[in-house]
Design a protein around this ligand. Structure first.
Ligand SMILES: [Zn+2]
Length: 321
């Protein structure tokens, strides 16, 4: 394998036979290939079960509304490359990621030059985490950020009001490393040195194993549980299904990339937002949401995007879970 990755220069130890087999390819030779890849997404299904390229192509051609020029290439290890003719198809699909397919997470992102190498990894995906059990005076962006940093790379923090407005929770959108165990509780130590246990719930993570705290399978399919069973050392399952949180609450405040936007209502699940002037970057985000909803309405019940906002789609999700 090393031979394949070798650069053309500075390899004096190459045998004559190997040298005779070498084919030098210039950037110009792959110009068209790179142009095609520039209109592609790299995606991974976070499932222990293997999906074939045929299954993926048939399913997502329909789910994504028959995009022009759509084709898929298998990159191995449940990773796929999705090609499109039109940038707008690629953009709307990327914006809706991660998707849930047969209750497994599919995360897609735009191809970049580092994806030329087969070993490029896609370890995680963005997810909304909810924090439960916070005393009222601890419900601040700063506390939310400190909690969120414990579970992944923080993208944004938001405050959510429950129906009736009598309670609010903090949510954080974080890039989670799916190869690690999901944290289901945190221990917050306050300035008075009092410890408070904070429950963590994750939205739209699909199949989750409450025994080994990983996604992609259920406890009945868990290899660790099987191993522990054969050794008579099964641990008590302490996590419970609460870690798979329903998407809930009306967003009332968000901190994203340094901006504080009270009442922005991104990811709204409750009342309709009141009309008010908004900054252009936020309007752009919302224009993306309307596209997602259009896509969502056409989706098969077994497939959702974690960003879709319509209530009817929400009901579909509830049925899946
Ligand atoms: Zn497991």
């Amino acid at each position: 394998m090393e031979t394949w990755m070798r650069t053309a220069k500075g390899e004096n130890s190459v045998s004559d036979e190997e040298s005779d087999n070498e084919v030098l390819v210039e950037e110009e030779d792959i110009k068209k290939g790179k142009e095609a890849c520039a209109k592609s997404l790299i995606g991974r299904v976070f499932a222990d079960k293997k999906f074939s390229v045929g299954t993926m192509e048939n399913a997502f051609r329909t789910i994504w509304g028959r995009p022009e020029g759509f084709r898929i290439s298998d990159r191995g290890g449940n990773k796929f490359q999705f090609f499109f003719d039109n940038d707008k198809d690629l953009m709307r699909i990327e914006k809706c990621s991660p998707w849930l397919f047969k209750d497994y997470v599919l995360h897609v992102r735009r191809w970049n030059d580092s994806d030329r190498r087969e070993e490029s990894e896609m370890q995680g995906f963005p997810v909304w985490a909810q924090f439960w059990g916070l005393p009222e005076c601890y419900k601040t962006v700063e506390v939310g950020r400190k909690l969120a940093e414990k579970i992944g790379a923080v993208i944004e923090i938001g405050f959510y009001e429950m129906k009736g407005g009598d309670s609010r929770i903090i949510k954080a959108r974080v890039e989670i490393d799916a190869s690690k165990k999901f944290k289901y509780h945190l221990c917050m130590i306050g300035p008075d040195q009092q410890a408070v246990e904070i429950g963590v719930g994750y939205e739209k993570i699909g199949r989750f194993c409450t025994y080994c705290a990983r996604i992609g399978h259920e406890p009945k399919e868990c290899e660790l549980l099987l191993t522990d069973s054969t050794m008579n050392s099964v641990r008590q399952d302490k996590i419970g299904d609460g870690i798979k949180a329903n998407q809930m609450g009306r967003r009332i405040e968000v901190e994203c990339n340094g901006y504080n936007v009270p009442g922005s209502n991104l990811n709204d699940q409750g009342e309709k937002p009141k009309k008010k002037s908004m900054p252009s970057w936020l309007l752009n985000s919302l224009s993306g949401l309307s596209m997602k909803e259009t896509v969502g309405d056409k989706m098969a019940p077994e497939v959702t995007s974690s960003h879709s906002k319509s209530n009817s789609l929400m009901e579909n999700r509830e049925r899946i879970w």
